[in-house]
Design a binder for this molecule. Structure first.
Ligand code: PMP
Length: 367
């Protein structure tokens, strides 16, 4: 029997697997509730103003959203000192990544990324029929020379997450500029700064200045992390007028819901919540990393809202993951990222992180 068949390569795609939400039935909950540290969500939740704006949107559910996300783009532009006309909003930065790849790469083209970079890049490349090309890293950090060496005349775009998920590593402002400067002008450079707001290192640039200086750069940002709005799916891109024009042609006419737009505007105005989220991470990320090291664990330095715990091998990582899970503590396995000996743990509230430390200490003792 003949059936509709998708384009070549689609059925070979390994879909993205998100973090687990629920502990297994029968888990002995160490913290009397599930401890969810698998998806780099904001442990303080959304701000009150954003939640109120979301609820207020309920009275207008019969209306289509503003397809142009104008008020939101203007709020982003004011908060970041950018031009609203060069901003495009999306249903999460995920949507914008997919749209960029679909618009700029197809069969026969290469999409370059760093080996332990965010997994959506190779998935989006394959979905578009393009070939993902991974450049090796140095000490779990994107290697600018290795990336530049892998540029061919088929390379259409390069993705770098900075800070990177899941390694937490950071490229300095000058390294980012060196990468851009070394790329052919017709290769699109996507700087994914999903975790920009958490960076405390002074030698950092999220990408807006690069966008202003070069026509082949686009910066991606999200409301899922510092603003705590992951459920609403809201992200934005800042690019040259030409890139923005392309995104506006390929996106759905109403790709961002009215509730997400309203909550986004309120979140940007809620400086207190942004600051509290930033301070929480700046305090607990070094504390948690240090506590893990004191227990004898190896932790990669992180500039994000998570740490990468490096265990002896894949079996040890699996064993620790299962031990935590059995106590209702959910962290992320890293096999899909080529790091099967590692676990990624989001910086949660202190009580949750203490539960992780206690649980891991016990796991270590038992082995
Ligand atoms: N980029 C990076 C580096 C991420 O870690 C994530 C979320 N895990 C995203 C993009 C996507 O974020 P969202 O679609 O929620 O905006």
């Amino acid at each position: 029997m003949s059936v509709p068949r998708p384009r070549p390569g689609i059925l070979a795609l390994q879909p993205y697997v998100g973090g687990e939400h629920k502990p297994p039935a029968g888990a002995r909950l160490r913290a009397n509730r599930a401890v969810r540290l698998a998806s780099n969500e904001n442990p303080l939740g959304a701000g009150k103003a954003a939640s109120a704006a979301y609820l207020a949107a309920a009275s207008d559910l019969h209306r289509y959203p503003d397809g142009d996300s104008r008020a939101l783009r203007e709020a982003i532009a004011a908060a970041e000192g950018l031009k609203a006309a060069q901003i495009v909003c999306g249903a999460g930065s995920d949507e914008l990544i997919q749209l960029l790849v679909k618009a700029y790469a197809g069969p026969g083209d290469e999409v370059l990324y760093s080996w332990h970079g965010f997994l959506i890049y190779p998935i989006a490349a394959r979905a578009a029929g393009a070939t993902p090309v991974a450049a090796p890293e140095r000490e779990l950090t994107a290697d600018v020379d290795a990336l530049l060496e892998r540029v061919t005349d088929r390379t259409r775009m390069v993705f770098v997450a900075n800070p990177n998920n899941p390694t937490g590593s950071l490229l300095t402002a000058s390294e980012l500029r060196r990468l851009q400067a070394g790329l052919p002008r017709d290769v699109l450079f996507a700087v994914d700064s999903a975790y920009a707001e958490y960076v405390t290192d002074r030698d950092y640039e999220a990408g807006a200045a690069l966008v202003d200086a070069a026509e082949n750069v686009v910066m991606l940002r999200t409301f899922s992390k510092i603003h705590g709005l992951a459920a609403l799916r809201l992200g934005w891109a800042y690019g040259s007028p030409a890139i923005v024009d392309v995104l506006n042609r390929v996106r759905g006419p109403f790709n961002v819901t009215a509730a997400a737009q309203a909550a986004g505007v309120a979140a940007l105005a809620d400086r207190a919540h942004i600051e509290a989220s930033r301070r929480h991470n700046a305090k607990l990320l070094p504390w948690f990393s240090e506590q893990l090291r004191r227990l004898g664990f190896t932790v990669a330095p992180s500039a994000g809202n998570f740490v990468l715990l490096r265990l002896a091998d894949a079996a040890a990582a699996q064993s620790a993951l299962e031990h935590l899970k059995a106590e209702g503590i959910l962290v992320r396995a890293m096999g899909g990222y080529g790091l099967p000996e590692s676990l990624r743990i989001t910086i949660g509230i202190e009580e949750d992180l203490q539960a992780v430390l206690d649980s891991l200490a016990e796991w270590k003792e038992r082995r």
